[in-house]
Design a protein. Structure first.
Length: 264
């Protein structure tokens, strides 16, 4: 049994850690798999142009280096930590309006794709590469930030085009997604180290990309809230730091093997 975090960002887009740092960060914590999923934006949209100008996304020029570093770090991650590193990206269709915005994770991708075009074509393009298409944070993240609601509004139409939908993004669990009957995945959407405290997906399969993908397709998985222990160095001068306990978060129902319901 191992934990995986399949939505993680590096300095190739808007993350704070580079790829080797991410490998060590997760490897030292005993994770069995991660997917690095840096942003890819639309070429024609104003917000996409702004992201490229600020170097906050992958481009056709940077993608070959991104893949090469991930390939090298995947070898090191396996040697040092027995951890699987999956190459991914996050196709980011950003709009001024939440109901028009959508983000799609491509896991196990081989080739660069622009985020332009229809959602269905993008998801099918990811699958044509042998990857998994995942609907990223399709409902409210519970934060004061731009939201991406377009996929959720089309969920019935797109049901057959996505391999999973994020039931949790960071610390926010969505009962709405959980009870939808859609295939699920929980991730941190990590950009900075403190975001490690979040919902994660737990697997019982082999530590292998193909086995992990098969488990997602079968929904042979469960979910767990990962919480870093409070160290002596995290004590403020006056009292303890308050952190949400498992009791406050509560047990959450999750899909287990063959569609049974389990609890973490």
């Amino acid at each position: 049994m191992f934990l995986a975090d399949l939505h993680v960002h590096s300095t190739f887009s808007d993350g704070q850690m580079n790829i080797p740092e991410l490998v060590d960060f997760y490897g030292r914590r005993g994770f069995g798999a991660i997917a690095v999923t840096d942003h890819v934006v639309e070429h024609r949209a104003f917000l996409g142009k702004a992201a490229r100008h600020l170097n906050l996304c992958l481009t056709p020029a940077t993608f070959p280096l991104y893949k090469a570093i991930l390939r090298s770090e995947a070898d090191r991650a396996w040697r040092e930590y027995r951890m699987v590193v999956i190459t991914g990206f996050e196709l980011s269709k950003n709009s001024w309006f939440n109901h028009r915005s959508a983000h799609i994770l491509g896991l196990g991708v081989k080739d660069f794709m622009a985020a332009d075009g229809d959602i269905r074509d993008l998801a099918r393009g990811i699958r044509a590469q042998g990857g998994l298409a995942v609907a990223a944070h399709p409902v409210s993240t519970g934060k004061l930030e731009p939201q991406t609601f377009h996929l959720w509004s089309r969920r019935e139409e797109l049901r057959e085009d996505f391999d999973a939908w994020e039931v949790a993004s960071g610390t926010k669990w969505s009962d709405e997604v959980h009870t939808s009957g859609l295939p699920l995945l929980a991730t941190s959407d990590l950009h900075r180290p403190s975001q490690i405290n979040s919902w994660k997906t737990q697997f019982t399969c082999e530590r292998d990309q193909g086995a992990i993908f098969d488990a997602i397709r079968r929904q042979d998985l469960s979910f767990k809230f990962y919480q870093e222990p409070v160290s002596e160095f995290e004590r403020p001068i006056h009292g303890w730091i308050r952190r949400p306990s498992r009791a406050r978060l509560g047990a959450r129902p999750v899909h287990g093997d063959l569609g049974n319901v389990a609890y973490t």
